[in-house]
Ligand binder design. Sequence first.
Ligand code: 13P
Length: 251
Amino acid sequence: MRKPLVAGNWKMNGSRESAQALVAGIKEGVGSGATADVVICPPFVYLSEVKSLLSGSEIALGAQNVSHRGNGAYTGEISTSMLLDVGCEYVILGHSERRALYGEDDALVAEKVIALNAAGLKPILCVGELLGERESGKTEAVVARQLDVLLNSVEGLAALQNTVIAYEPVWAIGTGMTATPEQAQDVHAFIRQRIASKDAALAEKIRILYGGSVKGSNAVELFAKQDIDGGLIGGASLQIDDFLAICHAAK
Ligand code: 13P
C-alpha cells in the first residue's frame, strides 16, 4: 500500500502574517493520525519560520526549487545543504513554471533530482504536457521524455527510489480546468508502466501525485483512482478549509 501524500505549493504568494495564519489553521485541522503525509512548500524566505510553526506536528516542510550545485559563488541560488539546514524534507523540481519561465530543461531537472537525492532530500518531480501537446496526441511522448532522462541512467534510476512524481498537465494548472479522473488515471498508469519497464518494485512503491486545479470538491474522485496517490496543490493550498478537505480526501 502506498501512503498518500498531499503537498501544498504556495508558489510566490503570501507574507509572514499570512503564512502564520495558514500554518496554524492547517496544523490544527490536520491533527494527529492523518491518513496522508502532508507537506507544505512555502517560498524560501519563509521556510525557517514555517518550520518552527510546524513543530509538534507531523507536517513536513518542502521547498519549491534548489540549485544543482554545491555551496559557492552562485549569487541568488539556494543549495541542498541550506534546505537541509532549515529542516526541509522535500523539494519540488521541474515544475512547469520553472520549465516554461526559467528555462529549466529535462537535463537540468534530472541533475537537480540526482543532487537532491545525494543530499538526502526527497524530490517531488513534476511532469506534464502542454494543451497543444495533449491535443496533438503527444501526452505520453512528452511524459516519457521527461521521465526517461532519469530512467535511462544508473544515477537517475537510483534517485527515483526516493522521488515522488507529480503529474501536472500544464493546461490544468491554475485554470480551473481539472483533468478528469479518467484522464489523470490514464497518464498515471502510463507513468507507472514506464517505471516498471526498468524497475518493477520501484513502480509499485513510487507515489504519483496529480496536480492541476485540485479542490476540496474534486479531490475525492481523483484520489479514488488506483494510480493517483495524492495531490500537488497550488491555489487551494492557500485556503485553509479547501486544503484540509483535500488532505482528508487522501486515504
Ligand atoms: P493549481 O492547484 O493552482 O492549479 O496549481 C497546481 C500546481 O501547479 C501545483 O504545483
